[in-house]
Design a protein around this ligand. Structure first.
Ligand code: G3H
Ligand code: 13P
Ligand code: ZN
Length: 311
């Protein structure tokens, strides 16, 4: 089976009240860990590559490794560009064989966001590639995706119908209170489900995407801190909120930080236990297993897409 788009995945997810996991990948061990989890649970999968991942690993290496994953697993896998911020970056990814791209022009005005997104949609659809766009802005700091709290804003439900109709986009990321990174909430976690409900009313049966959806498990925070790390106060989206979103219009849930933390917690513990070891296979192997473990947990307990891989 070749790489697939997310069209059938989202249609099935919408009808089945579950969501597809979109996991950020940066190297071979992360790809293998995520794919092993999806294979064990027979789950459809979106592997996504950010601008930072492209810079780190080279998109050709990532695409070839994802192709290897498709061949080895036989799973329906969609290769997606995460947070493409220009037409050129989206075009480059499409020309390279990605089956889905995100054009994130949410930092522009509404009119400019429509214009840029529409250009990407025209180019992508012509090549059989699907497009995700964003309305509203998530806060949070990662490598190439960096928005301060004062520059973030919730999605305005009154804009979504016009945006989707004028651009022809295939899915829409909305801002309802999640943020990128491991420090999402200072106090109690709050998501604006009322905005999601209003969006759903205005866009019936349309796939919605939730970014910034890591749940930052406390056992990983504790393990990182126990072995010399410093992440006090790290806090993510409670899993029950993600389950609720998955049962509504949210068809794609983006997870990156949890994978990073699983790798880091494992490697920190490994070196504390084995200070004289120096073979990368000895610590990257357990890190890969930790990725598999957390992704399996997400698939079964958060997303509900286990057993949903189609042939
Ligand atoms: O939403 C952003 C992703 O988690 C990617 O982060 O730019 O550090 O690769 P990155
Ligand atoms: P997290 O930082 O919550 O994992 O979000 C990842 C994401 O939204 C990637 O686009
Ligand atoms: Zn994101």
């Amino acid at each position: 089976m070749p790489l697939v788009t997310s069209t059938k995945m989202f249609k099935d997810a919408y009808e089945g009240n579950y969501a597809i996991g979109a996991f950020n990948v940066n190297n071979m061990e992360i790809i293998q860990g995520v794919v092993a989890a999806a294979k064990a649970e027979n789950a459809p999968l979106i592997l996504q590559v950010s601008a930072g991942a492209r810079k780190y690993a080279n998109p050709i290496y990532l695409r070839k490794m994802v192709e290897a994953a498709v061949e080895e697993s036989g799973l329906p896998i969609c290769l997606h560009l995460d947070h493409g911020d220009t037409f050129e970056l989206c075009k480059e990814s499409i020309d390279l064989g990605f089956t889905s791209v995100m054009i994130d022009a949410s930092h522009h005005s509404f009119a400019e966001n429509i214009k840029i997104t529409k250009n990407v949609v025209e180019y992508a659809h012509d090549k059989g590639v699907v497009v995700e766009a964003e309305l509203g802005r998530l806060a949070g700091i990662e490598d190439a995706v960096n928005v301060s709290e004062k520059d973030s804003s919730y999605t305005d439900p009154d804009q979504v119908h016009e945006f989707v109709t004028k651009t022809g986009v295939d899915s829409l990321a909305i801002a309802i209170g999640t943020s990128h990174g491991a420090f999402k909430f200072k106090g109690e976690a709050k998501l604006r489900f009322d905005i999601l409900v209003e969006v759903e009313k205005r866009l019936p049966r349309f796939p919605i995407v939730l970014h910034g959806a890591s749940s930052v498990p406390q056992y990983l925070v504790e393990q990182i801190n126990q072995y010399g790390g410093n992440m006090p106060g790290a806090k993510g989206v409670p899993e029950e909120m993600l389950r609720q979103a998955s049962s509504m219009a949210v068809c794609k849930i983006n997870i990156d930080s949890d994978i990073r933390m699983a790798v880091t917690a494992t490697v920190r513990k490994y070196f504390a236990d084995n200070p004289s070891h120096f073979d990368p296979r000895q610590y990257l192997g357990p890190a890969r297993q930790a990725v598999e473990k957390i992704v399996r947990h997400k698939i079964v307990n958060v997303l509900g897409c286990n057993g949903k891989a189609f042939i």
